[in-house]
Design a protein around this ligand. Structure first.
Ligand code: PLP
Length: 397
């Protein structure tokens, strides 16, 4: 029996994550520094872990309601209102999921009928395109550009729309570019969303990691709530990646539809993680703010270092990534990333892994200590200097 042939063609043809390869390469260097992973380097604050330990000691090991624990749904509702002026009813408009990842998957599966086009501004988080394909949709890229700070522009969105366009996936603050969208950036986009009756999946997992001002959610603009499925979670803001806890907020009809998939495929999110998440929302915001101010210091350090090395690097306004251009070095980003690991033991991710607009860029995560960032940047500087020396004279003049 040929097992390969038994696999669904959609899954068989799915491209493996381009990031994985660079994680694997790093194991060959014991002194390696990884700027490749999109994961906080902090441990979940103790009082959050303690809430979970305490729950286990009290024997809280059961299923919860499919939608999530009522206290947690209430806390999420209150948090969204207080932090982002978003009004979602705990009982009918919020669902607790296995990370933002499950939320992205069920939102897409709820909306997509085979043949629907899903608009995906890129560079973007690697899962979107594959999840769209798994749901039977057709991903349609919308380019964003370094000269516009990788923001989505209304004219680029409008150009990509066809009669088959149904869903737009947004991610601001953005992985991998660190771009954020302010109220004035959203207003023209909202007009197009209304005009074409698009539904939006807005992945706001990095909302708390916004530097210079507060995160502004598209759903808070007038008439937008009915168009938006808002996704977020605890992984990034509270350093809780391993707890696998996220949530989705959406109009009741859409939420009920997503809940159907969730109850058959996941049943409910783990009770221990839900209890920890409740503690995070009740008492964890000061630690979240302290972590964000650490990221901000590192962000400024890394941007300055890349500028001193002579690589163009727009200033990221959110998340924990920088996305410098390496075009001036005359090598592509895959060669750059491979040679950088082999020669200097620093892992970064080639930008085109996140979409064609990422060509000639690399993604570096600064979710690592300042000391390690300092060492990594010294090595990158040495590497870049060597690459410049190898450039043919004609390309320098
Ligand atoms: C933009 C974005 N969305 C979602 C996720 C996954 O989040 P979670 O850990 O909540 O599943 C990530 C993880 O890197 C991400 O960068």
């Amino acid at each position: 029996m040929n097992l390969e042939e038994k696999i669904s063609p959609v899954v068989r043809n799915l491209a493996p994550s381009g990031i994985r390869r660079f994680f694997d390469l790093i194991h060959s260097r014991p002194d390696a520094i990884s700027l490749g992973v999109g994961e906080p380097d902090f441990t979940t604050p103790w009082h959050i872990r303690e809430a979970c330990v305490d729950a286990l000691e009290r024997g809280l090991t059961s299923y919860t309601s499919n939608q999530g624990m009522p206290e947690l749904l209430e806390a999420i509702s209150q948090y969204l209102y207080e932090r982002f002026s978003l009004s979602y009813h705990a009982g009918s408009e919020i669902l607790v999921t296995f990370g933002a990842s499950e939320a992205i998957d069920i939102a897409l599966r709820t909306l997509i009928t085979p043949g629907d086009e899903v608009l995906v501004p890129e560079p973007c988080y690697v899962s979107y395109t594959s999840c769209v394909q798994l749901a039977g949709g057709t991903p349609v890229s919308i380019p964003t550009y370094a000269q516009h700070g990788f923001k989505l522009r209304a004219e680029d969105l409008e150009k990509a729309i066809t009669p088959r366009s149904k869903v737009l996936i947004l991610c601001y603050p953005n992985n991998p570019t660190g771009a954020v969208m302010r109220k004035e950036d959203w207003e023209p986009i909202a007009e197009i969303i209304k005009k074409h009756e698009l539904l939006v999946i807005s992945d706001e997992i990095y909302a708390e990691l916004t530097y210079r001002g507060k995160h502004f959610s598209l759903a808070s603009l007038p008439e937008m709530k009915n168009h938006v499925i808002l996704i977020s979670g605890f992984s990034k803001a509270f350093a809780m990646t391993g707890w696998r806890l996220g949530y989705v907020a959406a109009p009741p009809v859409l939420l009920q539809a997503m809940l159907k998939i969730h109850q058959y495929t996941a049943l409910c999110a783990p009770i221990t993680s839900q209890i920890a998440a409740l503690e995070a929302l009740k008492n964890g915001l000061p630690e979240c703010e302290a972590m964000v101010s650490q990221y901000d210091r590192r962000r400024r350090f890394v941007v300055k270092a890349f500028q001193e090395i002579g690589l163009t690097c727009h200033e990221p306004q959110g998340a924990f990534y920088v996305f410098p251009s390496i075009q001036s070095l005359g090598i592509d980003a895959h060669t750059f990333a491979e040679q950088l690991i082999q020669e200097e033991g620093v892992a970064v991710v080639p930008g085109d892994v996140f979409g064609p607009s990422g060509v000639g860029h690399i993604r570096c995560s600064y979710a690592t200590s300042l000391d390690r960032l300092d060492e990594a940047l010294r090595r990158i500087e040495r590497f870049v200097k060597r690459k410049r020396e190898q450039l043919p004279l004609s390309s320098i003049c």
